[in-house]
Design a protein around this ligand. Structure first.
Ligand code: S3P
Length: 440
C-alpha cells in the first residue's frame, strides 16, 4: 500500500502551526526536573514528544495531560530524577534521547535507553564522549549506538568542550549535564545552533551566558548548582513544520497560505531566508511573544522561483529543512547548490541520499555530493510520477507529498506512519489547504 498526493489547482487557506518539537521536548524535561508544578500549553503531541513525556514520568516526574495540548508537570525538584524500572524507549527521537542523556547524567541513577531502527543506527558518541568526560558512564563500553545504559552521578565534573559538529543536541546535552556539575561548564560551538535550551533554561530561572567567540564561534556557559523553578508557558509554533505548508503555497499554480503563530528565531529561519533568495513571496506579521520567542503569522503565495547557492552560514538554521528545500528547488529555474551539510547523512535517514532518490524517481536531475547536493531545477512543475522510499524519515515523506500537490503527475510514498512523530495533523492541514492525498 502506498499514499499518493495528486496534483491540485489551488493550495490556499490559514492554518495554526503545531507546537514546536524542539521546545516541546525541552519544556517537558525542564519541567520534570524543576521544583514545583509547571503548566504547558500548545505542546506538540507527536510521538517523539510523547516518548519524552513518558520518560520523564518513568524518571519520577508527575506528568498529566489536562486538556488537548495542555500538560501539567510536577517536577522532582530537590529529590532528583530516579532510576526507571524499565528501559526508556525514545522511538524515533534523536532529540529526546540525546538531551535526556545530558539531563540524566547529573543524577545518581541508571537507565537503559532504546529506540526504533532509525534511532538505533544514529551516532551517539558525540553525546557520550563529553558526558563521560564529566563522569557519566555508558555500557556497553565503546558502543556508539542505542541501546545504551547510562549511569549518572550527582557530582559531575564541569568541562569546557568544543563539539566537532555544529549541533544543538550536543550543546544542549552538555548544558543540561552542566546544570548539576560542580562549577562552570562551557560549550564552544562552531556556529550558533538553535538556542531553545538556553532560552528555556532562563525561563526556568537559570542563568546561561552566551557570547561570540572567534570567527563564527559561539560560546555558551552554565554554572552548576542552579535550581529550576516551575513555569507556566505556551509553546510557539514550529517553523520546521510550517515550512511544508509554505512550500506548498510557493509551488502551487494558485497558492495563498497563512501559517499562524510561528516562532521567529534566527537560529531556525534558514529555510525562509533561502526561499526569499530564491524569489519566494513571503510576508511576516508580528503577533507578539510566547515563551521568550517572537511569534509571527507567515504568508506565502505562488512564486517564480530561481535556484541559488545556499550559503554555508545558513545550514545550521535550516538543518531540518533540506528535504523541502530540495522540493522547491525542483520547481525553480536554474541550479540550487547545497554544500557543508554533511550532518544530513546522520539524520532520521541519510537525508542526502534520500533527497537525491526522492527527486530522481520523480524525473528531476540532481547531483549527490559528500556534504550536500545540487538540484537542476525544472523551471516549473517537475515530471513526478514516482514512488518515494521514505526510509522511515518523516521529513522525506512530508516533502514528497508536498511535491505531489504541484508536479505534472502524482507523487506516492511507501509509508506515512512516521509523520506522526513530528506532525500528527499534517494530512488534515494539507487537505484543509486543498491537497488531495489518498491511500492507493
Ligand atoms: C534539534 C537539533 C537538530 C535537529 C533536530 C532537533 C534540537 O539536530 O536536526 O531535529 O531540538 O536540538 P542536531 O543538533 O543534531 O543538528
Amino acid at each position: 500500500m502506498a499514499w499518493t498526493s495528486f496534483p491540485v489547482d489551488r493550495f490556499q487557506g490559514a492554518i495554526r502551526a503545531p507546537g514546536d518539537k524542539s521546545c516541546s521536548h525541552r519544556a517537558l524535561m525542564l519541567a520534570g526536573a524543576a521544583n514545583g508544578v509547571s503548566e504547558i500549553s500548545g505542546l506538540l503531541e507527536g510521538e517523539d514528544v510523547i516518548n519524552t513525556a513518558r520518560a520523564m514520568q518513568a524518571l519520577g516526574a508527575e506528568v498529566e495531560q489536562t486538556a488537548p495540548k495542555r500538560w501539567r508537570i510536577k517536577g522532582v525538584g530537590e529529590a532528583g530524577l530516579r532510576s526507571p524500572f524499565a528501559p526508556l524507549d525514545f522511538g524515533n527521537s534523536g532529540t529526546g534521547s540525546r538531551l535526556l542523556m545530558g539531563l540524566m547524567a547529573g543524577y545518581d541513577l541508571t537507565a537503559e535507553l532504546t529506540g526504533d531502527k532509525s534511532l538505533s543506527s544514529r551516532p551517539m558518541a558525540r553525546i557520550t564522549d563529553p558526558l563521560k568526560l564529566m563522569g557519566a558512564q555508558f555500557t556497553p563500553e565503546g558502543r556508539d549506538k542505542l541501546p545504551l545504559t547510562l549511569t549518572g552521578r550527582a557530582d559531575l565534573t564541569p568541562i569546557s568542550y568544543a563539539p566537532k559538529q555544529a549541533s544543538a543536541q550536543v550543546k544542549s546535552a552538555i548544558l543540561l549535564a552542566g546544570l548539576n556539575a560542580d562549577g562552570l561548564t562551557e560549550v564552544t560551538e562552531l556556529h550558533a545552533t538553535r538556542d531553545h535550551t538556553e532560552r528555556m533554561l532562563r525561563s526556568f530561572g537559570v542563568d546561561v551566558s552566551v557570547r561570540p567567540g572567534r570567527g563564527s564561534q559561539n560560546l555558551v556557559s552554565i554554572r552548576g548548582g542552579q535550581s529550576l523553578q516551575a513555569v507556566e508557558t505556551s509553546i510557539p509554533g514550529d517553523p520546521s513544520s510550517a515550512a511544508f505548508l509554505i512550500a506548498g503555497a510557493l509551488i502551487s499554480p494558485s497558492g495563498g497560505v497563512v501559517v499562524e503563530h510561528i516562532m521567529s528565531n534566527e537560529t531556525r529561519d534558514g529555510f525562509f531566508q533561502a526561499a526569499g533568495r530564491m524569489g519566494a513571496g513571503l510576508g511576516a506579521e508580528e503577533i507578539g511573544d510566547g515563551a521568550g520567542e517572537r511569534l509571527v503569522d507567515l504568508q506565502a503565495a505562488t512564486s517564480e522561483l530561481k535556484g541559488c547557492t545556499i550559503p554555508e552560514t545558513l545550514v545550521a538554521a535550516m538543518i531540518d529543512e533540506f528535504p523541502i528545500l530540495a522540493v522547491i528547488a525542483a520547481f525553480a529555474k536554474g541550479e540550487t547548490r547545497v554544500r557543508g551539510a554533511e550532518e544530513l547523512r546522520v539524520k532520521e535517514s541519510d537525508r542526502i541520499s534520500a533527497i537525491v532518490a526522492m527527486l530522481r524517481v520523480n524525473g528531476v536531475e540532481v547531483e549527490e555530493h559528500d556534504d550536500g547536493f545540487t538540484v537542476m531545477g525544472c523551471d516549473g512543475p517537475p515530471p513526478g510520477g514516482g514512488l518515494v522510499e521514505t526510509r522511515h524519515d518523516h521529513r522525506i515523506a512530508m516533502s514528497a507529498l508536498v511535491m505531489g500537490t504541484a508536479s505534472q503527475k502524482p507523487v506516492a510514498v511507501d509509508d506515512i506512519a512516521m509523520i506522526a512523530t513530528s506532525y500528527p495533523e499534517f494530512l488534515d492541514h494539507m487537505r484543509t489547504l486543498g491537497a488531495d492525498i489518498r491511500e492507493t
